[in-house]
Design a protein around this ligand. Structure first.
Ligand SMILES: Nc1ncnc2c1ncn2[C@@H]1O[C@H](COP(=O)(O)OP(=O)(O)OP(=O)(O)O)[C@@H](O)[C@H]1O
Ligand SMILES: [Mg+2]
Length: 501
């Protein structure tokens, strides 16, 4: 097989961080190379260099054996490189077709030919196996649908080298399969793909080779058929990891209900949701993307306000009309969409962590206590191993997974009675996941009631006490996590079997 791309001895430094140092990759024609490494290892930076977003300080890039200087995005494009970003880059106020064909729209008499644009787009999407109406505004799409449009946009220029940075973190199983079909088709056409994901099992389905980075350094490249999950993890973290889920050293037995919902309903969003969350309990919520699980918790948090039904906190009926009301009732909510709802990207790590608990760091004269804010930030930087040169770093400069850790810190710090976690470990590496799971366990041990939503079944099965299975905007059953398994849960979902609770 011929070599499509070589990156040799790449180095990149940011203020206070050496993001890459002596990194090499080799990409064969018609193959998939996975990049693997912990949060902040340098994967996205390496790909941004290749895509011309930020040039390297040192090192050489060769495409089909010829050295190229990729100092801007256009050079990358003319060399057939396309990047599908980790964070979505679509314009919300344009349609699917307008986004995919941005600046390449077919014209008629100098004007954009909308009819032709939509027809072409429709055929193109069908060729990829994506069923969507090109005329829909992107603002009306779910995160998963946006991700699919992003992928379609990245492929429309017929690139030779395609970079996918965590493309599946917002996709459900069905859509992930669709993506894998697209990748196999691209391989057969002789295209080369660089694939980044924290979901180890995906690499074994789709990658041919894996290159591992650690702390900006090149560790090794292995053939996927010659390696194992354990070997990859130990290359990534630099030590053997024996467990993925921490053992719980306690069994919380408190029958005090901290949160109770009675027939919570909002038309078209969630129906007749009843549940009781006990102190110190971890209640898992599992359902496919679009099943309504996020809508239910948004209902509790006052974002998608109920039409009818009742909410009780510690047996007191409460009215929650806004997220502020919810926070005042002792509820914290880590959303699935950190960019839109969780973070102020232009503020520092310290400011973000202290933002919801501002009263705790105001001193007796009413001024913000810099010292307290700093201590708080440093506490979490250490606890969750947030990779940042210091607490003053602007959050936008952190890697994707480290931004997620900042979001978690902020909500952990509010010391809530009830903590809602929606996909808390999305984009987080295995080592950090372990730390976060330990932290969730600690919170539950201290009596916090936790609702854990996840698309990863093993995560809910291993972390939760009870699991609510959500389908079609309803709770279809409640299971004991240690008495059920993946197969049983999937049967409930696919048969749409409903059970009287
Ligand atoms: N613009 C920037 N300014 C300063 N530091 C940066 C910038 N971009 C990245 N970094 C730092 O470079 C390092 C590598 O980040 P990068 O985004 O490449 O990691 P990653 O491997 O993609 O991690 P993740 O899995 O969390 O997405 C991190 O320490 C990050 O904070
Ligand atoms: Mg990244």
């Amino acid at each position: 097989m011929s070599i499509t791309l070589k990156m040799k001895n790449i180095r990149k430094q940011f203020p206070g961080v050496i993001a890459l140092d002596g990194v090499n990759i080799e990409l064969l024609k018609g193959s998939v190379l996975a990049l693997l490494g912990e949060n902040g290892a340098g994967k996205s930076t390496l790909m941004k260099i290749l895509a011309g977003v930020c040039p390297q300080d040192e090192g050489v890039i060769e495409i089909f054996g010829k050295e190229v200087k990729i100092d801007n995005v256009n050079v990358a494009k003319t060399n057939g490189i396309s990047i599908i970003f980790q964070e979505l880059s679509l314009s919300d106020n344009l349609t699917i077709a307008e986004n995919i064909y941005a600046n390449k729209e077919p014209t008629k008499y100098g004007l954009i030919d909308d009819k032709k644009l939509n027809e072409e787009c429709k055929n193109y999407l069908v060729s990829l196996g994506i069923e969507m109406d090109p005329k829909i505004l992107v603002s009306n799409l779910s995160i998963a649908q946006k991700q699919l449009v992003e992928i379609a946009k990245g492929l429309v220029t017929n690139p030779k080298i395609i970079i996918m940075d965590e493309p599946t973190s917002a996709l459900s199983n069905k859509e992930t399969e669709l993506l894998f079909n697209i990748i196999n088709k691209l391989k057969n056409e002789g295209k080369s793909i660089i694939y980044i994901s924290h979901r180890m099992e995906e690499l074994f389905k789709i990658a041919d080779f894996v290159t591992v980075l650690r702390d900006g350094k090149y560790i090794n490249t292995v053939k996927i058929s010659d390696t194992s999950v354990d070997e990859l993890i130990s290359m990534m973290v630099g030590r053997d990891m024996l467990e993925i889920y921490p053992k719980r050293d306690f069994n919380y037995q408190d029958n005090d209900v901290v949160l109770e919902l009675k027939n919570l309903t909002k038309k078209d969003y969630y129906h007749n949701i009843s549940l009781a969350l006990k102190k110190g309990e971890i209640l898992g919520m599992y359902g496919l993307m679009g099943s309504g699980r996020t809508e239910i918790v948004k209902g509790i948090f006052g974002i998608l306000k109920k039409d009818s039904g009742e909410i009780f906190i510690e047996n007191q009926k409460v009215e929650i009309n806004s997220s502020k009301d919810a926070i005042n009732c002792g509820i914290a909510f880590v959303t699935e969409n950190r960019k839109e709802e969780g973070l102020v990207l232009t503020s520092s790590v310290a400011e973000n962590i202290s933002s919801v608990r501002i009263e705790s760091i105001i001193n007796k004269f009413g001024f913000l206590s810099y010292q307290k804010e700093t201590n708080l930030a440093n506490h979490y930087i250490k606890k969750l191993n947030i990779k940042t040169p210091n607490f003053e770093q602007i959050v936008n400069n952190l890697s994707g997974g480290n931004q997620q850790k900042v979001v978690l810190s902020k909500w952990f710090e509010i010391k809530p009675k009830i903590l809602i976690l929606d996909e808390p470990t999305r984009g987080i590496d295995v080592g950090a996941k372990f730390e976060i799971y330990k932290f969730i366990n600690e919170l539950s041990k201290s009596g916090v009631g936790i609702i854990l939503i996840s698309s990863e079944l093993p995560e809910v099965l291993n972390m939760a006490d009870k699991i609510l299975v959500i389908n079609d905007k309803k709770v279809i059953t409640k299971l004991d996590a240690d008495k059920t398994n993946q197969e049983e849960i999937m049967t409930y979902i696919t048969n749409k079997k409903e059970v009287n609770l």
